[in-house]
Design a protein around this ligand. Structure first.
Ligand SMILES: *[C@@H]1O[C@H](CO)[C@@H](O)[C@H](O)[C@H]1NC(C)=O
Ligand SMILES: *[C@@H]1O[C@H](CO)[C@@H](O)[C@H](O)[C@H]1NC(C)=O
Ligand SMILES: [Ca+2]
Length: 958
């Protein structure tokens, strides 16, 4: 029914009003701007705290904060792209709520759905904290974005600001505390506005008694559910605002009925969002994070464990928003460990240690290391650490096992890496065997497209590289990879914009050394293309001032090229005397060279009758991010990002943002055919402000394509050119699915999905898989009548012992009856196993001795505190001292596992101490004690002491 109404009312109300902080840019602050400002603010606060902790200077960036000046202030300009990407990921999920959950008033805190709205927020907070604990930052970002929406809407849709409040309602993010008095269903809260004047429509007694209410909302007058006397949301689209009491109370924009309070509402929403981020940050100290402790061990020895915990919190927060010290890149190896691989693994060890040595302490030092071993039948486990030495030790201890027959589980290993590495990572896969699990090809391609990861294959022992019959483990099964088996790896490399390097085992060290050289940060792609079948073709690319370390990568058999520089000089690849091409190396099917830097337009003429790939890369801070988007089907427009392939043959849209330069402008965005010809489709570019562009293409290509952006950095005399590394496809199939993003172990979740197709009648093949091997059910075939759509359901369930914070990535694929076209949807779930504990631990003061004289230096004060997590709590995980420099001891109370005793002694000159108390599911509390409090406090007074902490202005955080 809902859908039908939507269809009818869509075009009627297309341009009227908004139902939340506006979606589209304008003078008013919208959800995107509120979210960005809060993230930038919280990040500045975090980097400042880090600087204070480390005793170094911190210079606040100039107002207004931008991703660029905040990253610079944090000393992390290298992370600018990942920082922007994280902000984008969070904000796009926030905006999506208006599109996906338009009619669900809980998500907008309309209709006095305070309890429900808060429920979404607090459950989400628990999932975000759990995900961070397991280092599943992308999942954390997505859930964070989603729960920020109701949090921000509270300030626009309720009467909080009208009640005279200028600070956030902190209890919205604390599951166990009340957010205040909510109006009874029968209580009248509004009168009709006086004509256009709505400044006084909330009833005086509601204001006086500080009762919370929010506006009713409905777009269908006849079925309005507004009870008598209740306020409406307001705006042209809200039909309830036309029923007594007429008018509305929302503050979504300056034009809203309560638009005069828009600025206040938006500012409190920013502060509330900052507070949410701070709460998430504080919780991060709860896991041991051995690697961080290791990293910062020097300081931990000198100061205290509490201090370490603070550093851990700061680092986890920064990782969540995509900021790292050194480079934000991950070094990611997926390696075959079956018996014949011992030579190759020796190379993996050498490459790892050379990369680690080379970049140690530099801004190119990877911030994350990932390793996935595979053989047959096994693959994994995935090892992920930010500790370079630990990683080196793990790689050094790799040994070969298993793999009795010819094929190995290479795609399973790759799938695991793709679902765990940060977006836009580069993965290196080493193998000498064909894939046993080639049925995962489409899933792997889906993940490559969705994460824009570059995958390089280092393949030894292909028939290509090795015409002799190889030694083999089992004489009857030669391991040499035949042509179609090698083609699978080439196809995957191509989809990702990476190389499939085919060499002999003897050549592998040279090839790997070349790769090690280029594993630096801020790599941008200037040009990528391929031709299959091979043909002579010429390509151009523009080099701008910001690019350094210009390099060309080619794979293919018998390829030569001629390069022409902007000044007209040219050099053939076979000519070693010129100055344009430096250090040309060829090993196996792989050619690489450094190019002399000359700003301007270059030409590259490729000559080969065999298939080849070409990639020109450099290092630069200027790059671009993009997402395929579709206009919302909801009444208010806006755009939703796709988790699927865009639709072929119809209008398509991209949201493009430039990172690394606040002054860069985009002047051309094109979809460039990838592998057969050089067709291009240029889009219409419309600036959305803040470096964002909406690009519209009249007709999405049927062939594989990549995205190319040209633009100009202010003050530069040349354009810049960047190209996506990923090659995409559009599809004639469309797939949509909606689901919760939190999965409770033991409770199956149903994911209903819809497939539609413009082709003729037939059976569409359906495949569903997840990266954790959890049980799922899915139809394998759905009958589709041409031009229609059909529905199916996938159910997914996590075993009851799945740890909280694990993430599950579900891929549902649909393939046309003739197998020539397919689409997919990729959905992320966070496992939440909080067992209903949403309360932070409490402190009980058992004993306080503080007879501190005027002259403090000779005296001490003492206290004993009991920390508990309640009868049904998950238990106290950590207690740490975050203020005070006294001696401090913790012990478990005999006979219980859930109570911690803290005793503390300090000089009277340091009369304050504060404990951070965190339970096993991440609820955070803090307790402040002072020698200046009364001489002795009994147990029963401890609660009021805790409350006085709040009054003192200290945050008691859940
Ligand atoms: C609104 O969303 C909440 C949380 O996802 C859900 O529990 C509730 O059933 C939804 N309400 C409606 C009317 O769909
Ligand atoms: C910035 O963040 C801090 C810490 O959470 C918060 O107290 C402050 O209100 C925020 N500033 C703004 C302008 O929202
Ligand atoms: Ca608890």
């Amino acid at each position: 029914m809902m859908r039908l109404w939507l269809g009818v009312f869509c075009f009627l109300f297309l341009h009227i009003g908004a139902h939340a902080f506006a979606i589209l840019p304008g003078d008013s602050l919208n959800h995107q701007e509120i979210t960005e400002q809060a993230i930038l603010n919280a990040t500045v606060q975090t980097c400042r705290a880090l600087a204070v902790a480390e005793g170094v200077n911190f210079n606040f960036p100039a107002q207004p904060y931008t991703a660029e000046n905040v990253a610079a202030a944090c000393g992390a300009s290298q992370s600018l792209k990942t920082f922007s990407q994280a902000i984008k990921s969070i904000t796009l999920r926030n905006i999506r709520v208006d599109i996906r959950y338009f009619f669900n008033s809980s998500y907008h805190v309309d209709e006095e759905m305070f309890v429900q709205g808060k429920g979404i927020i607090t459950e989400g907070i628990a999932a975000v904290k759990a995900s961070n604990r397991m280092e599943n930052y992308e999942t954390a970002r997505q859930i964070l974005g989603e729960i920020m929406h109701p949090l921000q809407d509270f300030y626009s849709h309720s009467n909080w600001v009208e009640l005279g409040k200028t600070v956030p309602n902190s209890n919205l993010i604390r599951a166990e505390s009340s957010i205040g008095n909510i109006a009874d269903e029968s209580r009248a809260t509004c009168r009709s506005c006086d004509g256009d004047d709505c400044t006084n429509n909330i009833l005086e007694d509601i204001i006086e008694e500080q009762i919370l209410t929010s506006g009713y909302f409905g777009i269908v007058p006849i079925v309005s559910t507004k009870p008598p006397g209740k306020c409406s949301h307001g705006g042209g689209i809200d039909q309830t605002s036309k029923i007594e009491p007429k008018g509305g109370i929302n503050k979504d924009s300056f034009k809203s009925e309560h638009g005069h309070l828009h600025t206040q509402a938006a500012n409190v929403a920013i502060a509330a969002t900052s507070q949410l981020l701070e709460d998430v940050r504080l919780a991060a100290g709860e896991r041991p994070f051995l690697e961080y402790v290791y990293l910062i061990m020097d300081q931990c020895f000198i100061i205290s464990v509490g201090f370490c915990l603070i550093l851990v919190q700061l680092f986890v927060y920064l990782r969540m928003v995509g900021i790292a010290r050194g480079s934000s890149r991950a070094l990611c190896f997926v390696t075959d460990t079956s018996k014949s691989m011992s030579d190759d693994i020796a190379v993996v060890k050498t490459v790892t240690s050379s990369i680690i040595e080379r970049y140690k302490g530099t801004e190119n030092e990877p911030s994350l290391y990932i390793l996935v071993p595979f053989s047959d039948p096994g693959f994994g486990p995935l090892i992920r650490t930010s500790d370079a030495n630990l990683f080196k030790n793990i790689v050094d201890s790799l040994t070969t096992t298993g793999g009795g027959d010819k094929e190995e589980m290479s795609l399973s290993g790759l799938q695991l890496a793709l679902t765990s590495a940060p977006f836009s990572s580069e993965i290196f896969l080493f193998t000498d065997a064909p894939a046993k699990d080639e049925q995962l090809k489409n899933t792997v391609i889906a993940l490559i497209e969705r994460t824009q990861t570059v995958v390089n294959f280092m393949v030894t022992d292909t028939v290509e590289t090795n015409r002799r019959k190889r030694r083999s483990i089992n004489q009857s099964q030669a391991r040499a990879i035949n042509e179609p088996e090698a083609q699978l790896y080439r196809d995957l490399a191509h989809a990702s914009g990476g190389q499939a390097i085919e060499v002999t085992k003897a050549q592998l060290p040279v090839a790997a050394a070349i790769i090690a050289q280029s594993a630096s940060s801020s790599v941008v792609t200037l040009l990528q293309a391929s031709r299959s079948p091979g043909q002579t073709d010429s390509f151009t690319f523009i080099v701008d001032q910001t690019v350094t370390n210009l390099r060309v990568y080619i794979t293919g058999k018998s390829v030569t090229f001629t390069l022409t520089s902007p000044t007209g000089a040219s050099q053939q690849s076979t000519d070693s005397s010129g100055s344009l091409i430096n250090n040309l190396q060829q090993v196996g099917n792989f050619i690489t060279a450094q190019l002399q830097k000359q700003v301007g337009k270059w030409k590259m003429e490729m000559v080969s009758t065999n298939p080849y790939t070409l990639r020109v890369i450099g290092q630069s801070s200027v790059d671009f991010l993009f997402d395929f988007v579709v206009p919302s089907e909801g009444p208010f427009g806006g755009f939703d990002t796709l988790d699927t392939r865009p639709r072929a043959g119809v209008t398509g849209r991209l949201l493009v943002s430039i990172t690394g330069s606040d002054s860069a402008t985009v002047n051309e965005v094109a979809l460039v055919e990838s592998s057969a010809g050089s067709e291009e489709i240029t889009g219409a570019v419309a600036s959305q402000g803040d470096g964002d562009y909406l690009v519209q293409f009249d007709m999405m290509p049927e062939v594989e394509f990549s995205v190319r952006v040209k633009g100009r950095v202010q003050g530069s005399s040349n354009d810049f050119q960047r190209q996506s590394s990923t090659n995409f496809r559009a599809s004639n199939l469309t797939l949509t699915a909606d689901s919760e993003n939190i999965l409770i172990p033991g409770t199956p979740v149903s994911v209903p999905f819809t497939v539609s197709w413009t082709g003729s009648d037939g059976n569409v093949t359906i495949r569903a898989s997840n990266n954790k091997g959890f049980d799922l059910t899915s139809p394998s075939m759905l009958f589709l009548k041409g031009g229609n759509s059909t529905n199916g359901t996938v159910t997914l369930s996590a075993p009851t012992n799945t740890p909280s914070g694990s993430d599950v990535i579900l891929t549902i694929e649909a393939e046309t009856p003739d197998g020539t076209d397919s689409n997919y949807i990729v959905l992320r779930f966070s496992i939440l196993n909080s067992n209903g504990d949403f309360s932070h631990p409490d402190c009980e003061l058992l004993n306080l001795q503080s007879n501190c004289p005027e002259n403090c230096s000779k005296s001490t004060w003492k206290l004993d505190v009991r920390v508990t997590d309640g009868d049904n709590g998950a238990g106290v995980d950590r207690v740490s001292l975050i203020q005070g420099n006294g001696t401090y001891n913790t012990s478990l109370e005999a006979g219980t596992g859930n109570i911690t005793l803290v005793s503390y002694t300090a000089s009277c000159c340091a009369p304050e101490m504060e404990l951070l108390v965190i339970d096993r599911v991440g609820n955070v509390g803090s307790c402040l004690f002072s020698a200046r409090d009364s001489v002795s406090i009994s147990v029963s007074q401890s609660l009021s002491l805790c409350l006085s902490i709040v009054a003192l202005g200290y945050l008691l955080l859940n």
